[in-house]
Ligand binder design. Structure first.
Ligand SMILES: [Zn+2]
Length: 250
């Protein structure tokens, strides 16, 4: 839930060329963020995705060794819809990702490989939305969100993970912002108008997951969810559907 009494959301900075989105699971970026990604790739910006897991523990009726490859395929298809060709998986285990040095190191390595100015991640706080009765977030999102915020700095320090330099990954100090999607305290937003239809198609690529999640027709479920998600920010963002982010400067 976004506090409508809070100050208006600012336009996201546009003076960058490469973004790297780092999240825990297939579909984390498709529940809203993809509309912003579509707008960015339209402008010629390069956006790459890194996922900590293949989401292999996400479907009760499918064993992980079947589910993982299926969800990887769905993720690659959904990325392609919004102009993202590079999707990497860090092979942490779905559901039990541990915040720690290993995760920070893996994300710092990804940041050094891709050299982004903007890093994107998903809500790293305990709940979805603040306030009483807010749904509890998952430990995977907390771990990856927090480690991504930390790794944006780790990537620039030659001495924190010297083994990365030995592998030929030179420090990258060029991250200027980390943008957290689905934050309860957003500060910035991107107009979702040009990207909304592609965001809907992008989320629909996670068909096996959505069919396991809801009895509703996937098309209706996805359109209703993304329309509501992008409408929530619009009262604070020029009355346009918007993808909101909490932006941390570096
Ligand atoms: Zn997730």
């Amino acid at each position: 839930m976004i506090d409508t009494d809070a100050p208006d959301l600012l336009e996201m900075p546009g003076d960058w060329t490469r973004a790297l989105a780092v999240v825990a699971h297939p579909d984390d970026l498709e529940y809203g963020c993809a509309a912003a990604v579509a707008a960015w790739t339209d402008e010629g910006k390069e956006v790459s995705y890194v996922l900590a897991t293949r989401g292999e523990a996400g479907i009760d009726s499918l064993a992980p060794d079947v589910c993982g490859p299926l969800r990887e395929r769905e993720q690659r298809d959904s990325a392609a819809v919004v102009g993202v060709d590079t999707v990497e998986f860090l092979d942490h285990r779905d559901g039990v990702i541990e915040y720690g040095l290993g995760l920070r190191r893996d994300i710092a390595a990804a940041i050094r490989r891709h050299r982004p100015e903007l890093v994107i991640t998903l809500n790293h706080r305990d709940t979805w939305g603040g306030g009483p009765g807010a749904p509890w977030n998952t430990p995977d999102h907390l771990a990856v969100g927090r480690a991504t915020l930390d790794a944006a700095a780790d990537a620039g320090n030659r001495w924190i993970f010297p083994e990365l330099t030995e592998q030929g990954l030179e420090p990258w100090n060029g991250v200027r912002w980390v943008a957290v999607a689905a934050s309860s305290t957003p500060t910035h937003a991107v107009d979702a108008t040009p990207g909304l239809d592609r965001a809907i198609r992008s989320l629909l690529c996670h068909r096996a997951y959505i069919e396991a999640l809801t009895d509703e027709a996937p098309e209706e479920y996805v359109r209703a969810f993304l329309t509501a998600a992008t409408a929530r920010a619009s009262t604070r963002f020029a009355d346009r559907p918007a993808v909101a982010f909490e932006l941390f400067a570096r």
